[in-house]
Design a protein around this ligand. Structure first.
Ligand code: C2R
Length: 163
């Protein structure tokens, strides 16, 4: 039996990135979008990255979320080998608090875009939501779930500072 490829791949440079990247997975779960997560590193597993990125589109993935910290080359290198949209999440690093990750991901040369999110958990969460928004362009049911999510979020923000 073959199982269908989920629309979203969440790749990350190390297992240590998962506590951050899990927030992307949680956002996708909330919106009813399936995903697969893999540890893939441009530095430590270059062949695994090459194999993943060059076959991701034909495998059936539609959006790639790539998280990495420090010298975060993973999102850009993945983007260089696939036409799928790549959403980059800068994972917070110890030494430079994620500024290194952010700049490594954001400062791509013209012609090879990576859509760069905020540093850390909020960036990962937004990557999940943004991936769902991209998929919702051709999925009305998902567009409806996104609208409901936004409405519930708005509803949950009270104007008063006390209950
Ligand atoms: N930035 C990259 C890449 C890459 O860009 O290919 N591979 C691993 N890493 C990052 O190294 C950090 C420390 O990794 P370890 O915790 O495994 O030492 C992680 O945040 C990972 O994303």
């Amino acid at each position: 039996m073959t199982t269908a490829t989920p629309p979203v791949a969440i790749i990350m440079g190390s297992r240590s990135d998962w506590p951050t990247m899990k927030h992307a997975a949680d956002a996708l779960d909330r919106l009813g979008v399936t995903w697969a997560a893999k540890v893939v590193s441009a530095h430590r597993t270059p062949r695994r990255l090459f194999d993943f990125a060059t076959s991701a589109k034909t495998e059936g993935y539609r959006v790639i979320i790539a998280g990495a910290g420090g010298a975060a080359h993973l999102p850009g290198m993945a983007a260089s080998m696939t036409e799928l949209p790549v959403l980059g999440v800068p994972v917070e690093s110890k030494a430079l608090k994620g500024m290194d990750s952010l700049l490594s991901i954001a400062q791509m040369p013209g012609g090879v875009p990576v859509a760069t999110l905020a540093i850390g958990e909020a960036g990962a969460k937004n990557a999940g939501i943004l991936a769902a928004q991209i998929l919702a362009l051709s999925d009305e049911a998902l567009a409806g779930r996104l609208a409901a999510f936004r409405a519930a979020q708005t509803e949950s923000v009270h104007e008063t500072v006390e209950d």
